[in-house]
Design a binder for this molecule. Structure first.
Ligand code: GLC
Length: 622
């Protein structure tokens, strides 16, 4: 009897909480939905399903939602550290990942991005980014039950779980695509089908190509169906038509279903592409923002503990609008992609000026914006730099991209990097680049040539880059394997399903034998792991690393030495990073109130800092 009345009370509380959240967003949600779809019965269906997914959400997740609502800065703290990995590469399957949570904790990581794990056809999967069933886990990786168990085990350890929501397209093997291919009009209208080339060729006039070499064009001819279908990415990834409210609703139900499995962070894959209009680039159209804003409201109503991470791999002016506004936020977090690409430009040129300028742009943005900072991820590095500024120095886009690609292949300049080109476009001369952090820093070459001096420098560069990345505001995300300096993996060339896609060069399996070396301080793995560990511990023990601290850059008088400052409530840290292979002495234009190096404990005078090649300092005001 007692138990019954308790659960009734809980039910009542939950209904009230839901109602409060729903009422808060109802007018705006309805307004945006009707503006886009003008379909009140589909809107009513959406609302019914939101309620359904809320009641299906388990008590634990609901109480986490409530505590996160009360402390909505929870993800902006200085202890946040992410790691991304493919489940099979990292630990075989979901159970394997669960058994490796101690290692993840040892890495100070409290957020894991599980790369795409939903059902996808073998050989036509784009690394899992072609989903054939949004409610099924790839059999070799586990099951939905195992995902829930993994998320639960993570939550017990304070680890957040991130997954991809690939919403721009489905696999051609998705049930909808199969029905569309058979000519079912209802399903054809969920994609972009054309029975002749007239409209596709008009689109091609204004829509750029994502994979010009590996998947040229934006349409695929389906001989059996006698139609073209829009395929912005690979031919087996069919673009969804969000003009159809059925697509939006169903995808939102998939989103909420996945959130309810215990996911904390949902990465909205390729989001700029989700709305298409003829005579446009089909990127970043205003309707994309309407959709993301609706997603934000829907998740704030049903699962407010869940964060949206937008994948917008574009220049800052295009990225920032995805944060929305203070009153009408869209994504919680976005990738700091231009900073990442500019970092590698700086490694190749030893010239920090463009990076300083880029950091100044990021530092001038509202402190509420949270960026994901990273050195490498699963994708290639596109050389999206600020060429207008470089041009003032006489550096042209095409020749500079060529230089960077040559440099990182180890052909130009004083380079020990190894890696491969990606989607080299013979028409534009454009190419992107693939390789692991360690290989790009020269660790692979130093190991293969057994050059100890080269190795020492390469490790220093690798650690310095991490120190610099940790100094930025936002959430640093490690690419799995980088914590032990893993090299490129060339075995993808032997796999016909992967051989054409050089991104697999940096998607190798975690080498657990090498990882055992982390306790041996004289090994490459031990040196990198322990240096990063020290930085991670500093970062999480110093409040000044919270995402909304004051941040700025400082002149050093040397174009190879970058200086960044952070300030919060009387605490101040100055970071110095030498991007060159030469020792430097610099003078930092900051008032010297007395600083000590946080690593060695030594006092350092700002007017004359000696900084060895590829070294860094974290200087703390005493
Ligand atoms: C995103 C992913 C990339 C994938 C593409 C298509 O950009 O990061 O790996 O190829 O989407 O889904």
């Amino acid at each position: 009897m007692k138990k019954n009345s308790k659960s009734q009370k809980q039910l009542q509380d939950a209904t009230e909480i839901y109602k409060e959240r729903f009422d808060k967003h109802y007018d705006e949600l309805k307004w945006l939905y009707m503006e886009l779809y003008d379909n009140s019965s589909m809107f009513a269906e959406l609302c019914d399903n939101m309620m359904h997914f809320f009641s299906e959400r388990n008590e634990q997740l609901k109480s986490m939602d409530c505590s996160r609502e009360l402390c909505n800065d929870w993800y902006k703290q200085n202890d946040m550290l992410g790691m991304m990995f493919y489940i099979d590469n990292f630990a075989g399957n979901m159970k394997g990942v669960k058994s490796k949570l101690d290692y993840i904790e040892k890495c100070n990581v409290n957020y894991i991005h599980l790369m795409p794990f939903l059902e996808t056809p073998e050989g036509r999967s784009d690394g899992g980014y072609a989903v054939s069933d949004f409610r099924k886990v790839q059999e070799n990786l586990g099951s939905m039950k195992e995902l829930e168990a993994l998320a639960n085990a993570c939550h017990k350890k304070g680890i957040n779980v991130c997954m991809d929501f690939v919403m721009n397209h489905t696999s051609e093997d998705h049930e909808w695509a199969k029905k569309a291919r058979q000519g079912d009009g209802e399903y054809m209208s969920r994609y972009f089908f054309f029975d002749n080339s007239e409209l596709p060729s008009l689109y091609e006039k204004t829509v750029p190509q994502v994979f010009p070499t590996t998947a040229p064009g934006n349409f695929t001819w389906l001989p059996d169906a006698g139609h073209f279908v829009m395929t912005t990415f690979y031919p087996y990834q069919w673009d969804l038509n969000y003009k159809n409210p059925r697509v939006f609703n169903e995808m939102m139900y998939n989103f909420l279903y996945l959130a309810n499995r215990g996911i904390d962070i949902i990465r909205i894959d390729a989001v700029p592409y989700i709305w298409k209009e003829l005579n446009t680039s089909c990127r970043n159209l205003p309707q994309v923002h309407t959709i993301v804003r609706m997603m934000r409201m829907i998740s704030e109503i049903v699962c407010p503990g869940v964060l949206l991470l937008g994948e917008v791999v574009m220049e800052p002016a295009k990225v920032v609008p995805y944060f929305g506004t203070v009153e009408k936020p869209e994504c919680h977090m976005l990738y700091n992609v231009t900073t990442m690409a500019t970092t590698w430009h700086t490694v190749a040129t030893r010239d920090v000026r463009l990076l300083k300028r880029q950091l100044d742009i990021v530092n001038s943005l509202p402190k509420d914006y949270v960026f994901l900072n990273y050195l490498r991820c699963h994708d290639d590095i596109g050389w999206g730099l600020d060429y207008d500024t470089l041009r003032l120095e006489g550096i042209e886009e095409r020749s500079h991209k060529q230089y960077l690609n040559d440099y990182f292949q180890g052909y130009a300049g004083e380079s020990n990097s190894r890696g491969e080109l990606y989607n080299a476009d013979p028409v534009t001369g454009d190419a992107r680049f693939c390789g692991t952090t360690a290989s790009m820093c020269g660790i692979e070459k130093a190991a293969s040539t057994q050059d100890d001096e080269m190795m020492e420098k390469a490790i220093r560069l690798d650690v310095m880059l991490h120190a610099y990345m940790f100094m930025q505001s936002g959430i640093p995300v490690l690419y799995s394997g980088d914590e032990i300096g893993q090299f490129n993996d060339y075995t993808y060339k032997e796999n016909p399903n992967k051989a054409d896609d050089s991104r697999y060069i940096h998607r190798g399996a975690m080498n657990w034998t090498l990882a055992e070396n982390i306790s041996k301080h004289d090994t490459t793995e031990g040196k990198i792991f322990n240096a990063l560990k020290q930085l991670e511990q500093i970062r999480k023990s110093e409040k000044v690393f919270v995402s909304n601290a004051d941040t700025w850059t400082v002149e050093t008088g040397d174009k190879s030495v970058l200086c960044m400052g952070r300030y919060l409530d009387g605490d101040k840290i100055i970071g110095l990073f030498n991007f060159s292979e030469y020792d430097k002495t610099v003078s930092v234009s900051e008032t010297d109130d007395g600083y000590a190096d946080m690593i060695s404990g030594k006092d350092i005078k700002l007017n004359e800092v000696h900084i060895p090649a590829y070294r860094f300092y974290y200087l703390k005001k005493k």
